[in-house]
Design a protein around this ligand. Structure first.
Ligand code: NDP
Length: 272
């Protein structure tokens, strides 16, 4: 029995990078994992297969985030996917929801990880309005409405974990819009922790430093990678599992008394 046996988790952007590692970690703890993706179906299938090969259970669902109606579309895809997987009714547990759907795995949810995100580059005078809107739509607006529309599915005692970034701790002028979008996520985290405490739901953020994923194509350059590594006191760039292990803790019963926090997972970047 894993620590998350009987739990259901949704990881947005679970097809690749940090999200894949989180999905695998939660699956290895016994959770049924809904692996969300937008464009890369093959990668999502690979994540599902990796979880299954490790003895876990998962299914994938597709929704593009950052477009009108994205959150409702995501939950419709989740309801359909979990209904097919478990044979459960589509709407989940929580206030006002079908009570039958709230027992066991049912159609409800225990762990929501808002991980999907896009990079946004440029000093403020270089950022076009359309690029700003895109970064905010995917990184900040989508998590807001995914949570809003997911609350009736999220069971009491559940977990919301939002992936932020170390760019809110140290100034990164070259990523102005991205940093601002992650700042929004952190304030949302703090605010919702207060709102959802009465339901026993914890809400936390995790802020990675530089992690080796597709989001950083420049890491193919050894010099650029070495420079990024030098920010950490461990003199290496992070790996997706470095983040996933912390998310695994926050998702577990062990983290029941931790809420409203932003956990730095940057290998000591910017300590001084
Ligand atoms: P990747 O680019 O490796 O993966 C991004 C994931 O998000 C993919 O699963 C992708 O799906 C999904 N995604 C991207 N755009 C959309 C969209 N419009 N709608 C729905 N899904 C989308 O990124 P990382 O793993 O590096 O980043 C994951 C999170 O971690 C992000 O929020 C990022 O900001 C944050 N982060 C990353 C750091 C890093 O150094 N890597 C550092 C700090 C924070 P698909 O496969 O279908 O394209």
């Amino acid at each position: 029995m894993g620590k998350l046996s009987g739990k259901t988790a949704l990881v947005t952007g679970g097809s690749r990078g940090i999200g894949r590692s989180i999905a695998e970690r939660l699956g290895s703890e016994g959770a049924l994992v809904a692996v969300h993706y937008a464009f890369n179906e093959q990668a999502a299938k690979e994540t599902v297969t990796a979880i299954e090969q490790a003895g876990g259970r998962a299914f994938s669902l597709r929704t593009e985030l950052g477009v009108p109606g994205d959150a409702e579309a995501l939950w419709a895809a989740f309801d359909e996917g979990i209904g097919e997987f478990t044979g459960a009714a589509g709407t989940g547990a929580g206030p006002g929801a079908d009570a039958d759907a709230g027992t066991g795995e049912g159609g409800g949810l225990d762990i929501l990880v808002n991980n999907a995100g896009v990079a946004g580059h440029g000093l403020i005078h270089e950022v076009e309005e359309a690029d700003f809107d895109r970064v905010f739509a995917v990184n900040a607006k989508a998590p807001f409405f995914v949570i809003k529309h997911g609350l009736k599915r999220l069971r009491d005692g559940g977990r919301i974990i939002n992936i932020s970034s170390g760019v809110t701790k140290v100034a990164f002028p070259g990523m102005t819009s991205y940093a601002a979008s992650k700042g929004a996520v952190e304030v949302l985290t703090l605010t919702l922790a207060q709102t959802l405490g009465e339901r026993g739901i914890t809400v936390n953020a995790v802020s990675p430093g530089t992690i080796e994923t597709d989001i950083h194509p420049w890491m193919a350059d050894p010099d650029a990678k070495a420079h990024a590594a030098s920010f950490s006191v461990f003199n290496r760039v992070g790996q997706p599992a470095d983040v996933a292990d912390v998310v695994g803790f926050l998702a577990s019963p062990d983290a029941r008394w931790v809420t409203g926090q932003n956990i730095d997972v940057s290998g000591g970047s910017g300590l001084g």
